[in-house]
Design a protein. Structure first.
Lengths: 310, 306
């Protein structure tokens, strides 16, 4: 409530309060009008499809197009979620997140620490360290896909080769996709960690220098605790992004070999491509559940250890 | 400053200092000085080493885009284009449709960024400056959209867009992203920082809400606006899944999906693929160099406590 409407209220003048009511009504109308475009988009493209997933999951898509979908209740949920296909996909998604998120944060932090010193020309290094932020998933994937190609790629020539080729190798394919992802995200990770480091007041670092704390102690006892909100943020957002990985998989491995890189989003895409909406919907519900669980758990566990100052 | 001072006292020609600094001290200082210089050299070596690793994939991509397919396959490989050929670029640009893909990406990105800024500004203004019933609930609904990954909604969205007749069109590519819960939240925070007195003063001057929003609130929230612009730009530009499933031919394919097509062509045109990668990455690299500050702010919005 704005201050002038409050004064009108105190005056208790009937004519004025009628005007006040009118204005109030106008403000309500304007408020809804301003929210309307966003709410329209959200209803059509976020909430409706979100709830529709549960509905679609109750119907089994017929084997031939044209036949009506059959209502099967929770059967399809049970069937898909207990299948080996889903269990594998779920495990691959978790392993992928574990391979990419912590490594991305640690490398970004390392680069940020190294670049956070007063040296001539450090600006150029900063630009280089953040440069991969200009690469998209597709750019990074095509670069690495070609570099790893057994016929024309440079990495096999440098001795980085397996039999069968890395991207067709059940043992290493996911790892190769993870390395591509870490490289592509490195610039972003560096930028986020750097801004976290720069937000730490210089006086605190200088004070510990005067106290004679060794660099290693200083890092563990001072820098890292003060940086923990940034690390926490990077961890939560990074995990969510990792669970939505799609482009790298599509460009590098198409979910193969033998489903070893078939992350949840790719499984959804494949079900959708096969026009199996029911299965795709169940997988989408699972993806949402996992994301929600994960973020809530991370909030609960990590937030307690995060140092927020004041 | 500190080094200059140390340097001046280590000069033996200054007698008055000689009284204070003993011979052993001078040796120790010189030693420390030398060690410092070595440590700086080591730091540069380390920095350069890291930079080289990070840049290597980009460097080799540029080199390969200037080689012939035969040279790319040659062993030992070329690490420098001795006779650069630019043919791959014109092939990627014309036959590879990269010019078309680039235009599509620009159009879709402009649509999405403009749309998000307009809808988010309006919504944020309502949340920050207006009073109306259910405001709290509606705000929570906005935040709830952040919990739903786009991949979860993709199945029905495809059906919706097909039913609207927007399959394989700019409208279909942009429509689902015309609103943003994150953007509304970000701008609301910025608007809450606008002093209330300003609104009251503007109201006395006869400013309605729309005029106040455009003339006062938006200019004051410029840093947050720029952050949102950068954030939604990168999101829109880098989209992959949605443009992949909602387009069917090169008329509406974006750069990211165009790269997928380009890569699918045979290996004897691998230089064209590399040229395509450079073309696809160039716009963002140019923007990164020009708008580094805004980019950093946009990417870290929310990461570090204000």
């Amino acid at each position: 409530m704005t201050s002038d409407t409050a004064t009108t209220d105190l005056m208790g003048d009937v004519g004025q309060s009628k005007r006040f009511l009118n204005r109030r009504r106008r403000e309500t109308g304007l408020g809804y009008l301003m929210l309307a475009p966003s709410l329209l988009i959200f209803s059509v493209f976020v909430f409706y499809p979100f709830f529709k997933n549960f509905y679609l999951g109750f119907f089994r898509t017929p084997p031939f197009p044209g036949l009506p979908a059959r209502y099967v209740g929770l059967d399809q949920f049970r069937e898909v979620l207990t299948s080996d296909y889903f269990t594998n996909s779920f495990r691959v998604t978790i392993v992928f997140a574990l391979l990419t998120v912590p490594a991305g944060i640690i490398l970004g932090l390392l680069l940020a620490m190294v670049a956070n010193q007063r040296l001539r020309g450090i600006g150029a290094y900063r630009t280089i360290f953040s440069s991969t932020v200009a690469t998209s998933v597709a750019v990074a994937s095509v670069i690495f896909g070609t570099l790893l190609n057994p016929q024309v790629g440079l990495l096999p020539w440098l001795g980085l080769t397996t039999n069968p080729a890395i991207l067709e190798n059940p043992k290493y394919a996911l790892f190769a996709v993870a390395v591509t992802t870490i490289w592509q995200n490195l610039g972003l990770s560096f930028i986020v960690m750097s801004s976290g480091l720069q937000a730490i007041p210089d006086e605190i670092i200088e004070a510990t220098e005067v106290d004679g704390a060794r660099p290693w102690t200083r890092f563990w006892r001072v820098t890292l605790p003060l940086l923990s909100p940034t690390v926490f943020f990077a961890f939560v957002v990074g995990s969510i992004v990792a669970f939505q990985t799609f482009g790298q998989i599509d460009l590098l491995t198409q979910g193969g070999p033998i489903d070893k890189t078939n992350v949840l989003t790719y499984a959804i895409y494949k079900a959708l491509r096969d026009q199996n909406e029911g299965k795709a919907a169940v997988l989408a519900v699972a993806l949402f559940g996992v994301t929600l669980l994960l973020t809530t758990a991370q909030m609960r566990i990590l937030e307690r250890r995060v140092h927020y100052g004041n | 400053m500190a080094t200059e001072f140390v340097g001046s006292i280590s000069k033996p020609a200054v007698p008055i200092i000689d009284l204070v600094v003993s011979e052993e001290d001078r040796v120790a200082i010189a030693k420390r000085h030398r060690r410092r210089r070595t440590s700086i050299a080591i730091r540069y070596v380390f920095l350069t080493f890291l930079a080289a690793i990070i840049l290597f994939p980009i460097y080799i991509t540029i080199v390969n885009s200037l080689l012939t397919p035969l040279q790319i396959a040659a062993r030992p490989p070329f690490f420098f284009p001795t006779k650069p050929t630019w043919g791959a670029y014109s092939d990627a640009w014309n036959a590879g449709h990269m010019s078309l893909y680039l235009m599509n990406s620009v159009i879709v990105t402009v649509l999405i960024v403009t749309g998000q800024i307009v809808t988010a500004t309006c919504a944020a203004y309502a949340f920050a400056f207006l009073e109306f019933p259910l405001k709290r609930t509606l705000f929570i609904i906005f935040l709830a959209t952040l919990m739903v990954p786009f991949e979860v909604t993709v199945i029905t969205n495809l059906t919706t867009v097909v039913n609207l007749g927007w399959y394989n069109s700019y409208a279909g590519l942009a429509a689902p992203f015309m609103a943003t819960g994150f953007g509304a939240f970000l701008l609301r925070q910025a608007f809450l920082g606008v002093p209330r007195d300003l609104r009251d003063a503007a109201a006395l001057d006869g400013y309605g809400h729309w005029r106040f929003m455009v003339r006062v609130a938006v200019p004051l929230a410029r840093p947050a606006m720029a952050a949102l612009a950068v954030f939604s730009f990168l999101g829109a530009w880098n989209q992959y899944l949605w443009p992949l499933i909602v387009t069917k031919d090169s008329r509406y394919r974006t750069l990211q999906i165009g790269l997928r097509q380009l890569r699918a062509t045979s290996l004897d045109q691998v230089n064209v693929t590399f040229a395509g990668v450079v073309i696809a990455a160039l716009p963002l690299i140019i923007l990164l160099v020009i708008f580094q500050k805004q980019l950093v702010r946009g990417l870290t919005a929310g990461a570090v406590k204000g």
